[in-house]
Write a protein that binds this ligand. Structure first.
Ligand code: KIV
Ligand code: ZN
Length: 385
Protein backbone atom coordinates (compact mmCIF):
# COMPACT_ATOMS: atom_id res chain seq x y z
CA UNK A 1 0.00 0.00 0.00
CA UNK A 2 1.32 3.48 -0.91
CA UNK A 3 2.21 5.86 1.94
CA UNK A 4 0.87 9.40 1.47
CA UNK A 5 2.81 12.17 3.19
CA UNK A 6 0.68 14.80 4.87
CA UNK A 7 2.17 18.29 4.46
CA UNK A 8 0.44 20.65 6.84
CA UNK A 9 0.40 24.34 5.94
CA UNK A 10 -1.95 25.60 8.68
CA UNK A 11 0.78 27.90 10.00
CA UNK A 12 1.57 29.38 6.57
CA UNK A 13 -1.27 29.24 4.00
CA UNK A 14 -3.81 28.68 6.82
CA UNK A 15 -2.60 31.73 8.68
CA UNK A 16 -3.20 33.81 5.53
CA UNK A 17 -6.91 33.31 6.13
CA UNK A 18 -8.68 36.44 7.47
CA UNK A 19 -9.02 36.35 11.25
CA UNK A 20 -6.63 33.43 11.65
CA UNK A 21 -3.33 35.12 12.46
CA UNK A 22 -1.48 33.64 15.44
CA UNK A 23 1.24 34.91 17.72
CA UNK A 24 4.49 33.07 18.41
CA UNK A 25 3.23 31.22 21.51
CA UNK A 26 0.08 30.12 19.69
CA UNK A 27 2.05 28.95 16.65
CA UNK A 28 4.35 26.92 18.88
CA UNK A 29 1.40 25.32 20.67
CA UNK A 30 -0.16 24.44 17.32
CA UNK A 31 3.15 23.09 15.98
CA UNK A 32 3.53 20.77 18.99
CA UNK A 33 0.01 19.51 18.36
CA UNK A 34 0.77 18.91 14.66
CA UNK A 35 3.84 16.95 15.72
CA UNK A 36 1.64 14.81 17.99
CA UNK A 37 -0.87 14.42 15.15
CA UNK A 38 1.90 12.82 13.10
CA UNK A 39 1.98 14.96 9.95
CA UNK A 40 5.07 14.45 7.77
CA UNK A 41 5.88 18.13 7.20
CA UNK A 42 4.93 21.34 9.02
CA UNK A 43 5.16 24.43 6.84
CA UNK A 44 5.91 26.83 9.67
CA UNK A 45 5.66 30.10 7.76
CA UNK A 46 7.15 32.40 5.14
CA UNK A 47 10.42 33.46 6.76
CA UNK A 48 11.05 36.56 4.65
CA UNK A 49 7.50 37.91 5.09
CA UNK A 50 8.20 39.67 8.43
CA UNK A 51 10.54 39.50 11.42
CA UNK A 52 7.74 37.82 13.42
CA UNK A 53 7.25 35.19 10.74
CA UNK A 54 11.00 34.53 10.76
CA UNK A 55 11.04 34.14 14.56
CA UNK A 56 8.08 31.77 14.48
CA UNK A 57 9.62 29.54 11.79
CA UNK A 58 12.92 29.46 13.67
CA UNK A 59 11.28 28.67 17.02
CA UNK A 60 9.21 25.86 15.47
CA UNK A 61 12.28 24.48 13.69
CA UNK A 62 14.11 24.36 17.03
CA UNK A 63 11.19 22.80 18.91
CA UNK A 64 9.64 20.16 16.70
CA UNK A 65 11.45 16.83 16.75
CA UNK A 66 9.52 14.35 14.63
CA UNK A 67 8.26 16.09 11.52
CA UNK A 68 10.16 17.94 8.85
CA UNK A 69 9.91 21.73 9.13
CA UNK A 70 9.61 23.89 6.00
CA UNK A 71 9.72 27.58 5.26
CA UNK A 72 8.22 28.99 2.09
CA UNK A 73 10.36 31.25 -0.12
CA UNK A 74 9.92 32.84 -3.52
CA UNK A 75 12.48 31.62 -6.05
CA UNK A 76 14.81 34.47 -5.14
CA UNK A 77 18.22 34.24 -3.51
CA UNK A 78 17.36 36.58 -0.61
CA UNK A 79 14.17 34.64 0.20
CA UNK A 80 15.96 31.30 0.05
CA UNK A 81 18.75 32.56 2.34
CA UNK A 82 16.18 33.78 4.88
CA UNK A 83 14.22 30.50 4.69
CA UNK A 84 17.41 28.51 5.27
CA UNK A 85 18.45 30.74 8.18
CA UNK A 86 15.06 30.07 9.78
CA UNK A 87 14.92 26.28 9.32
CA UNK A 88 18.57 25.23 9.48
CA UNK A 89 18.39 24.14 13.15
CA UNK A 90 15.51 21.75 12.53
CA UNK A 91 16.11 18.00 12.81
CA UNK A 92 14.74 17.74 9.25
CA UNK A 93 14.81 21.17 7.53
CA UNK A 94 13.05 21.82 4.21
CA UNK A 95 13.26 24.80 1.83
CA UNK A 96 10.03 25.21 -0.13
CA UNK A 97 10.53 27.51 -3.09
CA UNK A 98 7.97 28.49 -5.72
CA UNK A 99 7.54 30.26 -9.03
CA UNK A 100 4.45 30.68 -11.20
CA UNK A 101 4.20 28.80 -14.50
CA UNK A 102 0.82 29.86 -15.95
CA UNK A 103 0.74 32.32 -18.87
CA UNK A 104 -1.36 34.81 -16.92
CA UNK A 105 0.97 34.82 -13.89
CA UNK A 106 4.16 34.95 -15.99
CA UNK A 107 2.85 37.83 -18.11
CA UNK A 108 1.09 40.04 -15.53
CA UNK A 109 2.68 39.17 -12.18
CA UNK A 110 6.23 38.09 -12.96
CA UNK A 111 6.51 40.07 -16.20
CA UNK A 112 8.86 37.39 -17.49
CA UNK A 113 9.18 35.32 -20.64
CA UNK A 114 8.68 31.55 -20.22
CA UNK A 115 12.39 30.90 -20.94
CA UNK A 116 13.38 33.29 -18.15
CA UNK A 117 11.09 31.41 -15.77
CA UNK A 118 12.74 28.09 -16.69
CA UNK A 119 16.19 29.61 -16.11
CA UNK A 120 15.12 31.02 -12.74
CA UNK A 121 13.72 27.65 -11.60
CA UNK A 122 16.99 25.96 -12.56
CA UNK A 123 19.18 28.52 -10.82
CA UNK A 124 17.14 28.91 -7.63
CA UNK A 125 16.42 25.22 -7.05
CA UNK A 126 20.16 24.53 -7.49
CA UNK A 127 20.90 27.30 -5.02
CA UNK A 128 18.41 26.00 -2.45
CA UNK A 129 19.83 22.49 -2.88
CA UNK A 130 23.35 23.79 -2.18
CA UNK A 131 22.09 24.84 1.27
CA UNK A 132 19.57 22.16 2.21
CA UNK A 133 19.28 18.49 1.19
CA UNK A 134 15.45 18.63 1.23
CA UNK A 135 14.04 21.03 -1.41
CA UNK A 136 10.44 21.31 -2.60
CA UNK A 137 9.60 23.21 -5.76
CA UNK A 138 6.05 24.46 -6.40
CA UNK A 139 4.82 25.57 -9.81
CA UNK A 140 2.33 28.20 -8.70
CA UNK A 141 -0.94 28.15 -10.68
CA UNK A 142 0.09 24.77 -12.14
CA UNK A 143 -3.49 23.75 -12.92
CA UNK A 144 -3.92 26.73 -15.29
CA UNK A 145 -0.47 26.34 -16.88
CA UNK A 146 0.19 25.04 -20.36
CA UNK A 147 0.79 21.32 -19.74
CA UNK A 148 3.86 20.93 -21.92
CA UNK A 149 5.44 24.02 -20.35
CA UNK A 150 4.57 22.79 -16.85
CA UNK A 151 6.23 19.45 -17.65
CA UNK A 152 9.40 21.34 -18.70
CA UNK A 153 9.33 23.43 -15.52
CA UNK A 154 8.92 20.35 -13.33
CA UNK A 155 11.68 18.39 -15.07
CA UNK A 156 13.97 21.43 -14.75
CA UNK A 157 13.29 21.50 -11.00
CA UNK A 158 13.99 17.76 -10.68
CA UNK A 159 17.25 18.02 -12.64
CA UNK A 160 18.27 20.96 -10.43
CA UNK A 161 17.80 18.82 -7.30
CA UNK A 162 14.20 19.19 -6.06
CA UNK A 163 13.19 16.02 -4.25
CA UNK A 164 9.54 17.14 -3.95
CA UNK A 165 7.58 18.73 -6.81
CA UNK A 166 4.30 20.37 -5.97
CA UNK A 167 1.39 20.89 -8.36
CA UNK A 168 -0.90 23.54 -6.88
CA UNK A 169 -4.42 24.39 -7.92
CA UNK A 170 -3.70 27.89 -6.63
CA UNK A 171 -7.04 29.47 -7.44
CA UNK A 172 -9.25 26.42 -6.81
CA UNK A 173 -10.28 26.21 -10.47
CA UNK A 174 -9.67 22.56 -11.36
CA UNK A 175 -12.14 19.70 -11.38
CA UNK A 176 -11.26 16.26 -9.95
CA UNK A 177 -11.06 14.83 -13.51
CA UNK A 178 -8.63 17.59 -14.52
CA UNK A 179 -6.41 17.05 -11.45
CA UNK A 180 -6.36 13.32 -12.16
CA UNK A 181 -5.48 14.01 -15.81
CA UNK A 182 -2.76 16.52 -14.90
CA UNK A 183 -0.90 14.18 -12.53
CA UNK A 184 -1.28 11.32 -15.00
CA UNK A 185 0.13 13.53 -17.78
CA UNK A 186 3.12 14.62 -15.67
CA UNK A 187 3.87 11.03 -14.67
CA UNK A 188 3.99 10.10 -18.35
CA UNK A 189 5.90 13.16 -19.57
CA UNK A 190 8.42 14.18 -16.89
CA UNK A 191 11.59 12.08 -16.79
CA UNK A 192 12.56 11.09 -13.23
CA UNK A 193 9.23 12.10 -11.68
CA UNK A 194 8.74 8.67 -10.15
CA UNK A 195 11.96 9.13 -8.16
CA UNK A 196 10.67 12.24 -6.36
CA UNK A 197 7.65 12.99 -4.19
CA UNK A 198 4.70 14.30 -6.22
CA UNK A 199 2.74 16.75 -4.10
CA UNK A 200 -0.62 18.49 -4.63
CA UNK A 201 -1.90 21.68 -3.05
CA UNK A 202 -5.55 22.45 -3.75
CA UNK A 203 -7.58 25.51 -2.81
CA UNK A 204 -11.28 25.38 -2.10
CA UNK A 205 -12.78 28.25 -4.13
CA UNK A 206 -15.33 25.95 -5.76
CA UNK A 207 -15.58 23.58 -2.80
CA UNK A 208 -13.50 20.89 -4.54
CA UNK A 209 -10.19 21.03 -2.67
CA UNK A 210 -10.55 17.67 -0.95
CA UNK A 211 -12.03 15.96 -4.04
CA UNK A 212 -9.23 17.37 -6.22
CA UNK A 213 -6.53 16.24 -3.76
CA UNK A 214 -7.97 12.73 -3.61
CA UNK A 215 -8.24 12.55 -7.41
CA UNK A 216 -4.56 13.52 -7.65
CA UNK A 217 -3.68 10.81 -5.13
CA UNK A 218 -5.54 8.24 -7.22
CA UNK A 219 -3.48 9.36 -10.22
CA UNK A 220 -0.21 8.85 -8.32
CA UNK A 221 0.47 11.90 -6.12
CA UNK A 222 2.24 10.89 -2.92
CA UNK A 223 1.98 14.04 -0.82
CA UNK A 224 -1.12 16.06 0.08
CA UNK A 225 -0.83 19.68 1.22
CA UNK A 226 -3.62 20.72 3.53
CA UNK A 227 -4.62 22.64 6.65
CA UNK A 228 -6.42 21.80 9.87
CA UNK A 229 -10.15 22.47 9.39
CA UNK A 230 -9.34 23.62 5.82
CA UNK A 231 -8.46 27.20 6.83
CA UNK A 232 -6.53 29.24 4.26
CA UNK A 233 -6.52 32.01 1.66
CA UNK A 234 -10.06 32.94 0.49
CA UNK A 235 -12.25 29.81 0.77
CA UNK A 236 -9.36 27.87 2.27
CA UNK A 237 -7.15 24.88 1.49
CA UNK A 238 -7.95 21.17 1.37
CA UNK A 239 -8.89 20.05 4.86
CA UNK A 240 -6.46 17.72 6.60
CA UNK A 241 -9.11 15.78 8.49
CA UNK A 242 -11.17 15.16 5.34
CA UNK A 243 -8.19 13.88 3.34
CA UNK A 244 -6.95 11.66 6.15
CA UNK A 245 -10.34 10.15 6.96
CA UNK A 246 -11.07 9.55 3.27
CA UNK A 247 -7.79 7.63 2.98
CA UNK A 248 -8.52 5.64 6.15
CA UNK A 249 -12.21 4.99 5.46
CA UNK A 250 -11.90 4.19 1.73
CA UNK A 251 -8.64 2.23 1.51
CA UNK A 252 -10.42 0.11 -1.07
CA UNK A 253 -10.54 3.16 -3.41
CA UNK A 254 -7.18 4.82 -2.76
CA UNK A 255 -5.00 1.83 -1.90
CA UNK A 256 -3.02 4.29 0.20
CA UNK A 257 -2.50 5.19 3.86
CA UNK A 258 -0.76 7.86 5.94
CA UNK A 259 0.92 8.02 9.33
CA UNK A 260 -1.48 10.49 10.94
CA UNK A 261 -2.72 9.48 14.38
CA UNK A 262 -6.42 10.03 13.71
CA UNK A 263 -7.19 10.10 17.45
CA UNK A 264 -5.48 13.51 17.57
CA UNK A 265 -7.67 15.03 14.82
CA UNK A 266 -10.48 16.40 16.98
CA UNK A 267 -8.04 17.84 19.49
CA UNK A 268 -6.10 19.56 16.68
CA UNK A 269 -9.22 21.17 15.19
CA UNK A 270 -10.47 22.28 18.61
CA UNK A 271 -7.09 23.73 19.55
CA UNK A 272 -6.94 25.72 16.31
CA UNK A 273 -10.46 27.01 16.84
CA UNK A 274 -9.74 28.05 20.41
CA UNK A 275 -6.54 29.84 19.31
CA UNK A 276 -8.07 31.70 16.36
CA UNK A 277 -11.52 32.19 17.88
CA UNK A 278 -13.04 30.93 14.61
CA UNK A 279 -15.68 28.32 15.47
CA UNK A 280 -15.99 25.01 13.63
CA UNK A 281 -19.22 24.95 11.58
CA UNK A 282 -21.68 22.49 13.15
CA UNK A 283 -22.06 20.61 9.85
CA UNK A 284 -18.30 20.50 9.09
CA UNK A 285 -17.38 17.02 7.83
CA UNK A 286 -15.53 14.84 10.38
CA UNK A 287 -15.27 17.34 13.26
CA UNK A 288 -18.46 19.46 13.26
CA UNK A 289 -20.73 19.26 16.31
CA UNK A 290 -23.36 17.45 14.21
CA UNK A 291 -21.02 15.11 12.34
CA UNK A 292 -21.96 12.19 14.60
CA UNK A 293 -25.22 13.47 16.09
CA UNK A 294 -28.11 11.27 15.04
CA UNK A 295 -31.26 13.30 15.44
CA UNK A 296 -33.96 11.31 13.69
CA UNK A 297 -35.65 8.41 15.46
CA UNK A 298 -35.01 6.05 12.54
CA UNK A 299 -31.28 6.78 12.60
CA UNK A 300 -31.09 6.50 16.39
CA UNK A 301 -32.85 3.18 16.29
CA UNK A 302 -30.48 1.87 13.60
CA UNK A 303 -27.34 3.08 15.38
CA UNK A 304 -28.47 1.53 18.65
CA UNK A 305 -28.97 -1.84 16.92
CA UNK A 306 -25.67 -1.64 14.99
CA UNK A 307 -23.53 1.49 14.69
CA UNK A 308 -22.52 0.62 11.12
CA UNK A 309 -26.10 1.23 9.89
CA UNK A 310 -25.50 4.98 9.79
CA UNK A 311 -21.88 5.48 10.91
CA UNK A 312 -19.08 5.01 8.36
CA UNK A 313 -16.37 5.86 10.90
CA UNK A 314 -16.43 6.03 14.66
CA UNK A 315 -16.20 9.27 16.66
CA UNK A 316 -13.60 7.54 18.87
CA UNK A 317 -11.29 7.02 15.86
CA UNK A 318 -11.09 10.82 15.48
CA UNK A 319 -10.64 11.32 19.20
CA UNK A 320 -14.11 12.75 19.80
CA UNK A 321 -14.89 12.28 23.46
CA UNK A 322 -17.59 9.79 24.45
CA UNK A 323 -20.87 11.57 23.58
CA UNK A 324 -22.75 9.63 26.22
CA UNK A 325 -20.73 11.26 28.97
CA UNK A 326 -22.78 14.34 29.83
CA UNK A 327 -21.20 16.65 32.37
CA UNK A 328 -23.32 17.97 35.21
CA UNK A 329 -23.26 18.62 38.95
CA UNK A 330 -22.58 14.96 39.72
CA UNK A 331 -19.49 14.78 37.50
CA UNK A 332 -16.11 14.32 39.12
CA UNK A 333 -12.89 16.28 38.74
CA UNK A 334 -11.33 13.58 36.56
CA UNK A 335 -14.13 13.71 33.96
CA UNK A 336 -13.99 17.51 34.03
CA UNK A 337 -10.22 17.70 33.39
CA UNK A 338 -10.50 14.96 30.79
CA UNK A 339 -13.13 16.94 28.88
CA UNK A 340 -11.01 20.11 29.00
CA UNK A 341 -8.03 18.25 27.52
CA UNK A 342 -10.07 16.48 24.86
CA UNK A 343 -11.37 19.89 23.76
CA UNK A 344 -7.76 20.83 23.01
CA UNK A 345 -7.01 22.98 26.07
CA UNK A 346 -4.27 22.56 28.58
CA UNK A 347 -4.87 23.32 32.23
CA UNK A 348 -1.99 23.38 34.69
CA UNK A 349 -2.51 21.24 37.84
CA UNK A 350 -2.30 24.39 39.99
CA UNK A 351 -5.45 25.79 38.32
CA UNK A 352 -7.59 22.66 38.34
CA UNK A 353 -9.08 23.26 41.81
CA UNK A 354 -10.34 26.82 41.09
CA UNK A 355 -11.66 25.83 37.67
CA UNK A 356 -13.47 22.83 39.17
CA UNK A 357 -15.10 24.99 41.85
CA UNK A 358 -16.35 27.40 39.17
CA UNK A 359 -17.61 24.42 37.15
CA UNK A 360 -19.60 23.16 40.18
CA UNK A 361 -21.14 26.63 40.70
CA UNK A 362 -22.24 26.66 37.07
CA UNK A 363 -23.51 23.07 37.26
CA UNK A 364 -25.75 24.07 40.18
CA UNK A 365 -27.42 26.63 37.92
CA UNK A 366 -27.63 24.51 34.74
CA UNK A 367 -28.89 20.97 34.19
CA UNK A 368 -26.12 19.94 31.84
CA UNK A 369 -22.85 21.58 30.96
CA UNK A 370 -22.12 21.78 27.24
CA UNK A 371 -18.71 21.87 25.56
CA UNK A 372 -19.32 25.56 24.88
CA UNK A 373 -19.82 26.18 28.62
CA UNK A 374 -16.50 24.44 29.32
CA UNK A 375 -14.73 26.51 26.67
CA UNK A 376 -16.19 29.75 28.06
CA UNK A 377 -15.13 28.70 31.54
CA UNK A 378 -11.58 27.97 30.37
CA UNK A 379 -11.17 31.26 28.52
CA UNK A 380 -12.47 33.26 31.50
CA UNK A 381 -10.11 31.19 33.71
CA UNK A 382 -7.21 32.21 31.41
CA UNK A 383 -8.24 35.85 31.86
CA UNK A 384 -8.25 35.39 35.67
CA UNK A 385 -4.62 34.16 35.86
O1 KIV B 1 -1.56 28.13 -3.55
C1 KIV B 1 -0.37 28.10 -3.89
O2 KIV B 1 -0.02 28.01 -5.08
C2 KIV B 1 0.64 28.20 -2.84
C3 KIV B 1 2.06 27.95 -3.25
C4 KIV B 1 2.97 28.97 -2.71
C5 KIV B 1 2.45 26.55 -2.88
O3 KIV B 1 0.31 28.39 -1.68
ZN1 ZN C 1 -1.84 27.90 -1.37
Amino acid sequence: MRKIQIFDTTLRDGEQSPGCSMNLTEKLEMARQLDALGVSVIEAGFAIASPDDFKAVQAIARTVKNCRVASLSRALKGDIDRAWEAVQDAVHPVIHTFLATSDIHMKYKLKKEPEEVIAQIDEMVRYAKSLCPDVEFSAEDASRSDRAFLARAISTAIRAGANVVNIPDTVGYATPEEMYGLIDYLKKNVPGIDDVVISVHCHNDLGLATANTLAAIRAGATQAECTVSGIGERAGNASLEEIVMNLKTRRDVYDADCDVNTKQIYRSCKLLSSITGVPIAPNKAIVGENAFAHESGIHQHGVLANKATYEIMSPESIGIPEKAMVLGKHSGKHAFVDRIRSLGHDIPDSEVETAFERFKELADKKKTITDRDIEALISSQKALV
